[in-house]
Design a protein around this ligand. Structure first.
Ligand SMILES: Nc1ncnc2c1ncn2[C@@H]1O[C@H](COP(=O)(O)OP(=O)(O)OP(=O)(O)O)[C@@H](O)[C@H]1O
Length: 318
């Protein structure tokens, strides 16, 4: 059984000259769980992971494995496995040779190469040149490399990016299995829906700052319902829904949007007031829409962002 430790990121800030890539980021990832580190492109995910893996230096704050920085780990290859999207594979080298080079450099047994090839289902393709691999095969090879030292902690940058549906299912089952073995798994993604069925916990980052941490369920649980609704007598509908406790927002696609009541409550309020509805459609309560509202690029869209984040049951930083 590999030795597993939590990942602890505390008050991490990383600046590149005038650019602040990551600001005061704090979160942890626990053993036995898959933690999704989620945010749009450029949000600061890769920078955070690079600091964690000792590939970049923090401007301030710490990123450790149970209190120990990567560079200070006794036997890093056996403790932490990583796969970064920037990893380069020599295109003329076979998958097996790529792993051999890493295995030798890390001082691991040669049999580990065959073990990880089997584990990621790449034994048959192992003698082919990496240059001819599909993106899915490269992802598997990256994962095989991360697993060489049978580490208790896995740090994976966008492991699902570019996979086809069968590949996503395979990766999901595999990562769940690795977590069930007690490993700490931190994976980044810019698409929540791709990892929603894989992760236990989520850490959402936008513009270098954490906007939400908690269990995946917290993401959906605290968000106010929104309903697109309309009636021939829009003024009467608006007054009725306001009286029932909804806020009526700017028209969406030319219709009213009621926030704070779900579709059932909106329908009942209209019925009680004798207002025939011409439209009643729940809005934006699928996970991806919530994620997009939370990470909206337009920082001034704080109406949605603040409303949504302040309602989270999980720990929230504005
Ligand atoms: N070496 C660097 N020098 C200058 N700016 C950088 C450097 N590395 C990253 N940045 C900037 O820091 C910010 C965060 O980038 P980062 O790559 O960490 O985001 P990300 O969330 O991983 O996005 P992506 O998925 O696109 O890689 C971006 O504005 C990026 O341009």
């Amino acid at each position: 059984m590999p030795t597993s430790t939590p990942i602890d990121i505390r008050a991490l800030t990383k600046r590149f000259g005038a650019i602040t890539a990551v600001e005061n980021v704090t979160f942890s990832a626990q053993p036995g769980r898959v933690t999704g580190f989620l945010g749009p492109n450029g949000a600061g995910k890769t920078t955070t992971l690079r600091v964690l893996l000792g590939l970049a230096r923090a401007t301030s704050g710490t990123a450790t494995f149970g209190g120990t920085a990567y560079a200070a780990l006794d036997d890093p290859a056996r403790r932490v496995g990583a796969s970064l999207s920037s990893d380069v594979f020599h295109p003329g080298r076979s998958g097996r040779d790529h792993l051999r080079v890493l295995q030798i450099a890390a001082g691991l047994d040669a049999e580990r190469v065959e073990a990880v090839l089997r584990r990621v289902g790449m034994s048959d393709a192992a003698d082919r040149r990496v240059g001819g691999y599909s993106l899915g095969m490269r992802q598997r090879l990256g994962l095989a490399a991360a697993l060489l030292g049978d580490p208790g902690v896995l740090v994976l940058d966008e492991p699902i990016n570019g996979l086809d549906p069968a590949g996503i299912t395979w990766m999901r089952v595999f990562l769940r299995e690795l977590a069930a073995e007690g490993r700490t798994i931190l994976l980044s993604s810019h698409v929540l829906s791709e990892v929603a069925q894989t992760v236990d916990d989520v850490v959402v980052i936008a513009r270098g700052r954490i906007v939400m941490t908690g269990a995946l369920d917290d993401l959906a649980a605290g968000v106010e319902a929104r309903v697109r609704v309309d009636a021939a007598d829009r003024a009467a509908l608006s007054a009725t829904l306001t009286a029932a406790g909804a806020r009526i927002d700017t028209p969406d696609h030319g219709h009213l949007v009621a926030t704070g009541l779900d579709a059932d409550a909106v329908g009942r309020a209209a019925l009680a007031a004798g207002i025939p509805l011409t439209l009643l459609a729940p809005l934006g309560d699928d996970l991806e829409s919530i994620f997009l509202r939370l990470t909206a690029d337009d920082a001034a869209a704080t109406d949605t962002t603040t409303d949504a984040s302040s309602a989270f049951a999980g720990e929230v930083a504005a």
